[in-house]
Design a protein around this ligand. Structure first.
Ligand SMILES: Cc1cc2nc3c(=O)[nH]c(=O)nc-3n(C[C@H](O)[C@H](O)[C@H](O)COP(=O)(O)OP(=O)(O)OC[C@H]3O[C@@H](n4cnc5c(N)ncnc54)[C@H](O)[C@@H]3O)c2cc1C
Length: 463
């Protein structure tokens, strides 16, 4: 990964707007650039353009969307921005939080209307930290459906994704203007391509063990369940160009990856009254604070695992998610008719009975939780119980290049690099400096909204 001088290039041609990375950000950027009149090409390192986005649940927040209005939910960008600031303990850039909140509903509606993504509102449970039900997702709540719909939109608009096209180097002049890129094909063949604007949509550095060890050592023991091709290229190029980088220690963790099976167990079961116990049969944290910070809590437990325990009602809600059906098919989910059976199945000590009794008392409002969780508002867990053994996971990193409201990359002195944009995992997120600031949807809102805005801005700037 390096910066080369333009005189070292042999451009085969020049494209108006080049996009590096064919995930959710890259395809949103390409569709938007095309919508605003630019010739655009996406360069993707893999032999299929899927990225982290296709592994995701595909849920995107939109505050004040027409989907919410149809369901009678009152929400505004102000309320959403307040939730973001609260989750990050006021430690993210407030103007970007407000901007993303303002852009959230227009982006969700653009994805539905312009790109044809079949989105609907998730209105069956609350996400941690969201004071309104504002997550929108495709029918089976999968990122592969989201990517499928974006690829269909690309095809309808005659837009190409060049596959097996890892960008290894950028050509930049002395003023920091990107003149083009170098692709090093898997067989070693080199191709140089010129551009008038470049959008970095190649996510963060979760796929780089070296960068993880350097910047986020706390999560290295967790399982990596993200896209291995995301090696931090955007950050490396950005740094070489004098770009500002922010929140490099931030990431999206997850406290519920089915142990040894790699299927995400989504947080609805916890938010509806379920809990997690460690190898001693005891709870160890306030699980409802968020799934991201729960990963590092599980890393600290004996054996680095936990059991998620819930009941039939939570199980029914979980069936909304395709991932849960995968977990059922993979036989990760255990069912127990009694507490004794639950202990046998999980091989947890009989302290689990006390834990369940405590949870029941806290749910009835008879007892305070020493770990700070409010269990009230849901029925007491009842047999049959369900249990799934989970590992902590790293999904993706949230630190990255600092950008303006159009996704244009800033230098350390605050000035703008002339024609370089970034979005999604390549840009600094709105999750604060660590794992605890990640609010569900922060990944895809910055991917799709900054993708859309940078595509639009790059098209306008190069027209
Ligand atoms: C299991 C899971 C569930 C999730 N669920 C949600 C959710 O419901 N809602 C939400 O908001 N977020 C969710 N996330 C996070 C979300 O998926 C990411 O934040 C988002 O997909 C990032 O999009 P992106 O386009 O920036 O990156 P990606 O989708 O990872 O795309 C980056 C692409 O760039 C390519 N690339 C990298 N380097 C190069 C290079 N040098 N040259 C060419 N190509 C390159 C990669 O191969 C990749 O295809 C989830 C993540 C996971 C793992």
């Amino acid at each position: 990964m390096s910066l080369l001088k333009p005189e070292e290039s042999s451009f085969a041609g020049t494209v108006n707007v080049l996009v590096i990375g064919g995930g959710g950000c890259g395809l949103s950027a390409a569709l938007s650039a095309h919508e605003h009149g630019a010739e655009v090409l996406v360069l993707e390192r893999d032999s299929s353009a899927l990225g982290t986005t296709s592994m995701s649940t595909g849920l995107i927040p939109g505050a004040g969307s027409r989907f919410q209005t149809e369901k009678g939910i009152v929400d505004t960008p102000d309320i959403f921005a307040t939730d973001i600031m609260h989750k990050t303990r006021d430690q993210t850039d407030q103007s970007m939080a407000v901007h993303m909140a303002e852009q959230s509903a227009p982006t969700v509606e653009w994805l539905a209307d312009y790109c044809g993504v079949p989105l609907s509102l998730v209105d069956s449970f609350d996400y941690p930290g969201h004071s309104r039900r504002r997550m929108h997702g495709p029918p089976n709540r999968t990122g592969s459906e989201l990517m499928g719909a974006l690829h269909d939109a690309m095809a309808r608009n005659g837009l190409d994704v060049a596959l097996d096209a890892p960008v290894t180097d950028l050509f930049a002049d002395e003023a920091g203007r990107i003149q083009g890129v170098r692709i090093t094909r898997p067989d070693g063949t080199i191709e140089d391509l010129g551009c008038n604007a470049l959008i970095l949509a190649c996510c963060g550095f979760a796929g780089s063990q070296d960068m993880l060890k350097e910047f986020i050592p706390e999560i290295v023991p967790a399982e990596f369940f993200g896209h291995p091709g995301n090696k931090g290229d955007a950050i490396r190029w950005g740094r070489a160009l004098g770009a500002a980088v922010g929140d490099i220690h931030a990431y999206q963790g997850h406290g519920g990856l089915a142990y040894g099976q790699g299927v995400p167990i989504l947080w609805a079961h916890i938010m509806e009254g379920g809990f997690q116990a460690n190898a001693d049969g005891k709870r160890f944290s306030n699980e409802a604070k968020g799934y991201s910070e729960q990963a590092v809590e599980i890393v600290a437990q004996p054996g680095h695992f936990a059991w998620s325990i819930y009941d039939e009602r939570c199980h029914a809600i979980m069936k909304e998610f395709d991932d849960y059906h995968d977990a059922l098919k993979a036989d990760c989910i255990r069912k127990a008719g009694t507490i004794d059976e639950l202990e046998t199945i999980t091989r947890l000590p009989n302290t689990l009975v006390d834990t369940l009794n405590d949870v029941a008392a806290m749910t009835r409002g008879e007892q305070e939780d020493a770990l700070g969780r409010d269990f009230t508002g849901h029925p007491v867990l009842e047999p049959p119980y369900y249990a799934v053994k989970v590992s902590p996971a790293l999904f993706h990193t949230q630190g990255g290049l600092i950008v303006d409201e159009n996704g244009q990359v800033k230098r350390e002195d605050g000035s703008l690099l002339p024609n370089l944009y970034a979005g999604g995992g390549a840009a600094r997120g709105i999750s604060g400096p660590s794992c605890w600031g990640y609010l569900a949807g922060n990944g895809l809102i910055t991917a799709t909204a900054l993708g859309r805005l940078s595509g639009q801005a790059a098209a306008r700037a190069t027209r």
